[in-house]
Design a protein around this ligand. Structure first.
Ligand SMILES: NC(=O)c1ccc[n+]([C@@H]2O[C@H](COP(=O)([O-])OP(=O)(O)OC[C@H]3O[C@@H](n4cnc5c(N)ncnc54)[C@H](OP(=O)(O)O)[C@@H]3O)[C@@H](O)[C@H]2O)c1
Length: 431
């Protein structure tokens, strides 16, 4: 390759994903030469600690802890950001775009919090900002929403987009494990971080939901617009009852557009057994999309890991390289800033309630009254278990669709009833 056919690349981060990108980029020179007319060549790689021993064959001379070595190099025309975290990553991306460098990033947090601002900047500077790896790892999602599904009015997106929590929920469902035991197992296998809060709280999925909802509904959806709840309050009995009722329990990312308002939320949900999503197990991810023309689609695959994520990043590098060769850039999806975000307490959904009550007559009438006062109607009630020692019984109630604020009010009031020993759990039910 002659010097002029080289595309200088700066890599920010050489961890799980950066290591994969660095390894494969060099192996794909022929592919890039043929398909893009230029060959990406690593010029500098930013890390925190250049002295650390690393399982990669990146020449040590390329490593630097100085971001200036990457951002000030005029021969770096494309920056791949795989360092993670909000800052300083967002500052480096902004500066690279300002300087007219194309950027490929895997950073969901940055795109969920600063996506619209950064995309506008990329527009202004006439360069690409591509982020396929930020949601769903190796699963193509960003490009399909921007391109292949553009003629559709998307009505809903239901997604399992956090592999760690899906692994934990699968173990709880299959082996009847308590949450803590399933989490420990996931940590031992390297599927959960030593500090797992970002995943199990639903925050990681919320970032991805903001990105997906923006693209699906062409709306400005920020990370802070996404209500999220985690999985730690689920118990093995919830999985047992769900199964008896014909559901799986998944941490679902849900985004819908109704009457010009977008709702985006992440929480555990009952998913009907006859949805393919109910059978997406272990660390796999899946995204179900409903569109007015295409009907129902399901994207399924590995949502994380060095090689799947590298697959998405290199696709973006190819796109940017082709555009740089041709002196153009991608057309950008236009977002409608007028679309409103539906407040979480106004959503309507069905609910599963598990309640411990004293084992005596007249109890159900009192519970039905609390629900009925708030226009929540009961679809079915099953008495699951009676405990002779405590003289209490466990009721499982499925409701018809109700408003979230009404259900929260009812749960509060039931908690104060002498007819309720304890609210075991509540889980929202999809479809
Ligand atoms: N892991 C996955 O499967 C996956 C999948 C999809 C998307 N992503 C996203 O990809 C990004 C990277 O994830 P990862 O798992 O590869 O992370 P990682 O293994 O922790 O690697 C992070 C890398 O960035 C470097 N770094 C971090 N902060 C830095 C700073 N302030 N200055 C200089 N260098 C810094 C680290 O340097 P040292 O090596 O010196 O510590 C390390 O090489 C994240 O945004 C993540 O959300 C990851």
């Amino acid at each position: 390759v002659s010097k002029k056919d080289e595309l200088g690349v700066g890599l920010l981060g050489l961890g799980v994903v950066g290591g994969g990108v660095a390894k494969v980029l060099g192996q794909k020179a022929d592919l890039f030469a043929r398909q893009a007319g230029c060959v990406p060549v690593l010029r500098r790689v930013l890390v925190r600690d250049p002295a650390k021993r690393r399982p990669t064959d990146v020449p040590v001379a390329l490593l630097t802890a100085d971001p200036r070595a990457v951002l000030d190099d005029p021969d770096v025309r494309l920056v791949i950001e795989v360092m993670g975290g909000e800052t300083p990553a967002v500052d480096y991306i902004r500066e690279a775009l300002e300087k007219g460098k194309a950027v490929v990033t895997a950073n969901k947090e940055v795109m969920a919090k600063h996506g619209p601002e950064l995309l506008a900047l990329a527009d202004k500077r006439g360069v690409d900002l591509l982020f396929e790896a930020s949601v769903g790892g190796g699963i193509p999602l960003i490009a399909p929403f921007q391109r292949d599904l553009i003629a559709n009015r998307i009505t809903s997106v239901h997604a399992i987009i956090n592999g760690t929590t899906n692994y934990i929920l699968t173990r709880m469902a299959v082996e009847g494990l308590e949450f803590d035991a399933a989490l420990r197992q996931a940590q031992e296998l390297g599927y959960a971080e030593p500090d797992p809060d970002n995943d199990i709280s639903g925050r990681d999925a919320a970032y991805k939901t903001a990105i997906l909802a923006s693209l699906a509904f062409r709306a400005v959806v920020h990370a802070s617009d996404v209500h999220y709840e985690g999985i730690s309050r689920l118990a093995p009995r919830d999985f047992r009852y769900a199964r008896e009722l014909g559901y799986a329990i998944k941490l679902l990312a849900i985004a819908k557009e109704e009457d010009g308002a977008v709702q985006a939320r992440v929480h555990p949900a009952f998913v009907p057994d006859d949805w393919l999503l109910a059978n997406v197990d272990g660390v796999f991810n899946a995204v179900q999309v409903d569109g007015d023309l295409v009907g129902r689609l399901l994207f399924y695959g590995k949502g994380a890991g060095a090689m799947p994520t590298t697959s998405a990043i290199l696709a973006n590098v190819m796109e940017a390289a082709r555009n740089i060769s041709a002196g153009r850039r991608n057309a950008r999806l236009r977002l409608d800033a007028q679309k409103s975000i539906k407040p979480f307490d106004t959503i309507e959904t069905r609910y599963y309630l598990r309640i411990w009550v004293p084992d005596r007559p007249g109890i159900l009438a009192q519970i039905a009254r609390v629900l009925g006062d708030r226009q929540i109607s009961i679809a079915s009630v099953i008495q699951k278990e009676a405990d002779p020692d405590t003289q209490s019984a466990e009721l499982v109630i499925m409701t018809h669709p109700a408003r979230e604020s009404d259900m929260q009010g009812a749960l509060g009031e039931m908690g104060r009833l002498s007819a309720v020993t304890q609210i075991g759990n509540f889980v929202r039910v999809e479809a």
